[in-house]
Write a new protein. Structure first.
Length: 254
């Protein structure tokens, strides 16, 4: 087990063929106004120049660390390996093509401490492939419970911060299923109570035409399977929550 450092933020990024964005993503972390962080980039057997770029960046900034998986295992296992290697009290996830504005870590740290919380998340804005905001900002509630989260999958992975002194790693490790991140937030809320939302837009969610979640039918199937298989809800309860999920999913995108 890694020695945990108080106040340190460990940022875990799964990387697979991300050479187009990874240098830029690293720069967004380096521009954070809170500077006590480590950046763990977990390469999932990329076949492009991602690893070369990360190696160069880690040589310039010792807070940046490259972790290489032996075989292609998917985002969940990549994130889990990053959690295993993390030394920080606080944990954040960042996707390899998403964008953080400079005060993201600072604002979240202030909020998680003020609320004495184990789990916080914030709003975000959809962006195009170039990173330009599209003006569609997703607002989040001030708090959310497990039951509320089943109706509203508003928690976006790149906005989350977790205090590992309050939430054990065994509850943070992601299952190797579709929508593994949503399943993890549900588990955390179910076991540890309320998550606290910060209704500020300090994250941009870069979406491209081939993004998995851009396929609406695929998204519906993934969420339905979470209800039925992961949460083991009845067909009636699953359909009930699905109606709320679909309504809010549409609202987020119009």
């Amino acid at each position: 087990m890694m020695e945990r450092r108080t106040g340190l933020v460990s940022i875990v990024v799964p990387v697979y063929n991300a050479e187009r964005f990874i240098a830029e993503t690293i720069s967004y972390v380096q521009k954070q106004t809170y500077t006590e962080w480590e950046l763990l980039l977990v390469d999932d057997c990329s076949t492009d120049k991602s690893r070369e770029i990360i190696n160069r960046k880690s040589g310039e900034d010792k807070r940046i660390k490259l972790i290489v998986l032996d075989e292609n295992a998917g985002a969940a296992k990549a994130r889990n390996r990053g959690v295993e290697e993390a030394c920080g009290q606080y944990l954040c996830f960042l996707d390899a093509d998403d964008i953080w504005l400079p005060d993201k870590l600072k604002i979240e740290l202030e909020s998680i401490k003020n609320a004495d919380a184990g789990f916080v998340f914030m709003g975000y804005e959809f962006a195009d492939v170039s990173g330009a905001g599209l003006g569609k900002v997703v607002h989040v509630p001030g708090h959310i419970t497990y039951q509320q989260a089943l109706k509203n999958t508003t928690i976006f992975t790149s906005t989350v911060m977790i205090d590992r002194n309050k939430i054990p790693d065994e509850d943070i490790y992601m299952p190797c299923i579709a929508s593994e991140d949503t399943a993890t937030w549900w588990r955390i809320l179910k076991r540890h109570g309320v998550g606290y939302g910060i209704d500020e837009n300090l994250v941009k969610y870069r979406r491209s035409a081939d993004t998995l979640s851009s396929n609406k039918l695929t998204a519906v199937r993934r969420i339905w399977n979470l209800y039925r298989r992961q949460e083991q809800l009845s067909v009636i309860r699953s359909a009930y929550y699905m109606c709320f999920w679909a309504f809010r999913a549409v609202l987020r995108r119009i």
